[in-house]
Design a protein around this ligand. Sequence first.
Ligand code: T5A
Ligand code: NA
Length: 217
Amino acid sequence: SAAWERRAARALIALEGVDRAGKSTQGRRLVEALRAEGTRRPHLLFPADRTTEIGQLISSYLVREKNLEDHTIHLLFSANRWEHVPMMKEKLHQGVTIVVDRYAFSGVAFTSAKGNFCLDWCKQPDVGLPKPDLILFLQLSPEAAAERGNFGRERYETSSFQEKVLQSFYCLMEDKTLNWKKVDASKSIEDLHREIKSLAEETMQEVQNKPLGELWK
Ligand code: T5A
Ligand code: NA
């Protein structure tokens, strides 16, 4: 019920950024640290989850085994998020904090970077998803990202495309109804972790009694 929802202490925290910014590294570190400090069952989630049937289609697209039309892949990424929503809501209602490694913002930023897509069309399939209480944007230049491990293997991993993705993210960050926090992802893993952990804990304190919102509604 709504009253129960308000009582539960929980936060939904999204990690965003260009490819290789360090989202997965930081997501793992954050969840481990929260767990070590006694936060109840913090949960790490990849809504680019390649294990479901939809996720396997996405994966074969990303590694160029399969070609999919641009609208189709966009909707599949969104569907891959929606298939996690019942579980996410259940956990959030139980007061469990969830850290998501990419979210709807990646969906919009990558598709709109292809050109010929309006931002509004790109956002529509994700309207109504659980609204993140905090979106951490790991800021890294596409040049610096390209120097990191394994860059260039997958479909979107070229510096020119990543530069367009970055511009799309900047457009999305203009939305002041969302709690975006930019962090400098060129820092060491450890320094970045400390900064992210403190921002996450601040948010977890703030959202304790607030009901869960709906994205872009
Ligand atoms: N996509 C995704 C869409 O088009 N639409 C969508 O809706 C979604 C959700 C795959 C692709 O799909 C696109 C975006 C992507 O192109 P993914 O599975 O999330 O999405 O991507 P991955 O390939 O798994 O992850 P990334 O490439 O984005 O990398 P991360 O997670 O940002 O970086 P991470 O932590 O794996 O680190 C990369 C390397 O850098 C090192 C790490 O050790 C690792 O080698 N590193 C650092 N080095 C120096 N300093 C630091 N601070 C470092 N942090 C990490
Ligand atoms: Na990742």
